[in-house]
Ligand binder design. Structure first.
Ligand code: ADP
Ligand code: MG
Length: 363
């Protein structure tokens, strides 16, 4: 079991891990997902002490590995790490690459290291390449060798940091297949990956990393299908979000139109859908809401889902509970109904924004 408490890692310019608290059980296969720069690699590197945490504690079973008196090499032997780049020794044959660490660090005999090495090569489907040099292999084969080399140390835990990101797409499958087989052997594994289908297929838990920690931790069905938290939902649905805030009647409406333009262009939103978003914002916010509210405070959140090419706009506003679409002038309303596939009002129990309108758009 690995227990992480209040783990924090600061670099001079960023603090990717602010406060990580999780428990990893023996046999857990955990996919670690999240936007780039959220500390996924840093977390793995702290767990095997390639990085010294700034503060916080990590226990592996009863051993506190963050204790300065702890023997780092002992810890590393219990944890294998597989990187994006395979780091094989170019001047050694495949089987030698696998035999080296067990002979050096575990004091295995040559024969024993060889036997284990060949057995592992068979499990990754590369026994016939034992006497080849790494340069004679494809990227996918090299990564399978790197996995076999990690397994040769018989680690309790294996950490994979984007093991297929450096590969040609045609080779991703063979490496995933090896990791999938491994995931059934009861080894504890953490796998940083961007391949959502793969993550769902192999893991019993998913960590979604964001805001300096493990932002959501749950079964794949939860995290991918019914995420509990906002950022997770946006990430798994590949949502692109634009938030606009209006704090007064004199807001910069041209600047905002420009922001919407930029957002639509950047996310390659189809022109028809983009013009619907524009029109809805203009009619609803500019023409109806701002004039109707005495001191307007409006928040408009536009979300575009790459996955299904649909957009939504959530508009929250201040004042008494009041459905503006029940009173606006007919022309504006007709226009709005023409561009939005659906539009509904709800009164919220929220002091700042008691009113919410949800609009959906399709292409
Ligand atoms: N050795 C380092 N020195 C300084 N900053 C670093 C170092 N390693 C990572 N970072 C920064 O920490 C943040 C998190 O990095 P990383 O853990 O690699 O994120 P991820 O793997 O989720 O993409 C990034 O902003 C990155 O630039
Ligand atoms: Mg990374």
């Amino acid at each position: 079991m690995i227990r992480i408490e209040h783990l924090r890692k600061e670099y001079p310019n960023v603090t990717p891990l602010k406060d990580v608290n999780v428990e990893i059980r023996d046999g857990d296969v955990i996919s670690v997902i999240g936007p780039s720069g959220t500390g996924k690699s840093t977390l793995l590197r702290c767990i095997n002490l390639l990085e010294r945490p700034t503060s916080g504690k990590i226990w592996v079973d009863d051993l506190e590995i963050t204790d300065p008196k702890c023997d780092i090499n002992k810890v590393r032997q219990k944890m294998g790490m597989v990187f994006q780049s395979f780091n094989l020794f170019g001047h050694r044959t495949v089987i030698e690459n696998i035999m080296l660490a067990p002979m050096d660090l575990l004091r295995k005999s040559k024969q024993e290291a060889y036997d284990t090495g060949m057995r592992l090569l068979r499990t990754v489907g590369l026994a016939e390449k034992a006497l080849n040099y790494p340069d004679e292999l494809s990227g996918g084969q090299k990564q399978r060798i790197a996995i076999a080399r990690t397994l040769a140390m018989d680690p309790d835990v294996i950490l994979f940091d984007e093991p297929t990101s450096a590969l040609d797409p045609t080779m991703v499958g063979e490496v995933q297949a090896v990791i999938r087989d491994l995931s059934k052997t009861g080894k504890t594994m953490l796998i940083v990956t961007h391949e959502m289908a793969f993550a769902r297929a192999i893991s019993n838990r998913v960590f979604y990393m964001d805001e300096g920690g493990v932002y959501e931790d749950g079964a794949p069905e939860q995290v991918f299908d019914h995420p509990l938290r906002e950022n997770t939902r946006r990430f798994v649905r590949r949502l692109k979000v634009l938030e606009l805030n209006i704090e007064s009647r004199d807001y910069d409406f041209l600047g905002m139109a420009g922001e919407i333009d930029q957002y639509c262009n950047k996310n390659q939103i189809a022109p028809k859908l983009a013009s619907r978003i524009h029109l809805a914002f203009e009619e609803l916010v500019q023409q109806m809401l701002v004039p109707a509210l005495e001191s307007p405070r409006i928040q408009a959140v536009i979300e575009y889902s790459e996955a299904d090419e649909r957009a939504t706009m959530t508009v929250r506003y201040n004042g008494e509970p009041r459905d503006i679409t029940a009173e606006g002038d007919e022309l504006s309303l007709t226009l709005l109904r023409g561009v939005a596939a659906d539009m509904r009002y709800s009164a919220l129990d929220d002091a700042a924004y008691p009113n919410q309108l949800d609009l959906t758009f399709s292409g």
